[in-house]
Design a protein around this ligand. Structure first.
Ligand SMILES: *[C@@H]1O[C@H](CO)[C@@H](O)[C@H](O)[C@H]1NC(C)=O
Ligand SMILES: *[C@@H]1O[C@H](CO)[C@@H](O)[C@H](O)[C@H]1NC(C)=O
Ligand SMILES: *[C@@H]1O[C@H](CO)[C@@H](O)[C@H](O)[C@H]1NC(C)=O
Length: 346
């Protein structure tokens, strides 16, 4: 089992040695392998461009070797590693015999949406992970299998998400769309019943997406152009624990009163915005990032509505540096309310 796990990890992490084969080195490696194979009693069904180690017979390693196309994938393969090549397109049919595929790893290629067949992935009924980050995609590939739990589309050029892109993907738990050019998503995430993590950092969102999935626990929206948070936003998504809105355009006016006073929230990142006040947060909040805003006063009531010996905030991390307050603005009573904060950064 340990070898299996190690091989899986090696395939995905890319050891730097395998990453930088020069063309020549790679060719001689291929020749050596073919020579070696001819001495073996049974031929392994494996395309010449790839490695299919007998110690892990369901994996096919084709990463970091200047490939420009997806080689034929034999039917017994479950894990295919094609990352760090120069693949620009995928024709319908290349995966058709490999219906047992569980992982398809294609990050760091040059995939172009117009060169990906409409049904390339549609027959892969067991597909669990599809890693397509760091490519040149302008659209979410169509007809994605409903079995996928981890879909990575970050660092592409996606601008628009069609309404049915994620239809029926009830098992999807992680969706990465960071570093694209998405302005609006409509209600495209609504049916994602199992989604717990949505990463939309570095896009062009002007508002928080509507109709987020109810199970969502982690919402990452840093580096967008969001100006406000809807009234009752967190009461609509009671499972949310981590909300990151740093590097946006939030102002006090854009935050309804008590919108963050929700006892389920664990971490709230509002750093690098334009807030002038400390928003009211729940006593259960543990990490609050407010650095690089325009905060002018330290309001202890934002953390504790009453101040007594037994009733205090669970906050551990509080960052207020790069604002318009100094240590002198923090009242002595803060020591009762914020007793778990070791050090307030101002
Ligand atoms: C798929 O499998 C069938 C039966 O094993 C085989 O005849 C065919 O050549 C395979 N297709 C491809 C594209 O290799
Ligand atoms: C925050 O919510 C708690 C629990 O619902 C409530 O007791 C408290 O008064 C609220 N704080 C403010 C300032 O609204
Ligand atoms: C904290 O104070 C509020 C209001 O005074 C009270 O309702 C609540 O029970 C107190 N919580 C604890 C843990 O003592």
């Amino acid at each position: 089992m340990r070898t299996v796990v190690l091989l899986l990890i090696m395939g995905i992490v890319d050891l730097s040695i395998s990453q930088r084969y020069s063309q020549f080195q790679w060719l001689s490696h291929l020749r050596g392998r073919r020579w070696h194979a001819s001495w073996q009693a049974e031929e392994v069904d494996c395309p010449l461009e790839c490695d299919c180690p007998s110690t892990f017979p369901t994996a096919m390693y084709c990463h970091s070797r200047n490939l420009q196309h997806v080689p034929y994938v034999p039917s017994h393969i479950k894990y295919v590693y094609l990352q760090r090549n120069q693949i620009t397109g995928i024709q319908d049919g290349v995966f058709d015999n490999a219906t047992n595929l569980v992982w398809v790893v294609l990050f760091h290629n040059q995939l172009n949406s117009d060169k990906i067949g409409k049904n390339v992935f549609s027959k892969l009924k067991n597909l669990d992970r599809l890693l397509l980050d760091h490519n040149e995609l302008t659209r979410v590939p169509s007809n994605l299998p409903k079995s996928i739990t981890d879909l990575r589309l970050g660092h592409n050029e996606i601008s628009k998400i069609l309404p049915n892109s994620f239809d029926g993907m009830a098992d999807l738990t992680t969706l990465q769309l960071q570093a694209n050019v998405i302005e609006d998503v409509g209600g495209v995430f609504k049916g994602l019943k199992s989604l717990t993590m949505l990463d939309m950092r570095k896009n062009k969102l002007r508002k928080i997406p509507d109709n987020l999935p109810e199970q969502l626990q982690q919402l990452y929206l840093e580096f967008n152009s969001i100006e406000s948070v809807p009234v009752g936003f967190l009461t609509m998504y009671p499972k949310l624990q981590f909300v990151r809105l740093a590097h946006n355009k939030l102002t006090d006016r854009g935050l309804p009163s008590s919108v963050f006073n929700i006892s389920t929230l664990v971490e709230l990142d509002l750093s690098f915005n334009k807030l002038e006040k400390i928003p009211v947060v729940s006593r259960n909040l543990e990490n609050l990032y407010l650095q690089a805003n325009k905060i002018k006063e330290f309001s202890l009531r934002s953390f504790c509505s009453t101040i007594d010996m037994t009733n205090f905030s669970k906050l551990r991390m509080l960052r207020l540096d790069a604002n318009e307050i100094s240590a002198r603005d923090i009242p002595a009573e803060a020591a009762y309310c914020l007793r778990r904060v070791a050090f307030i950064d101002v």
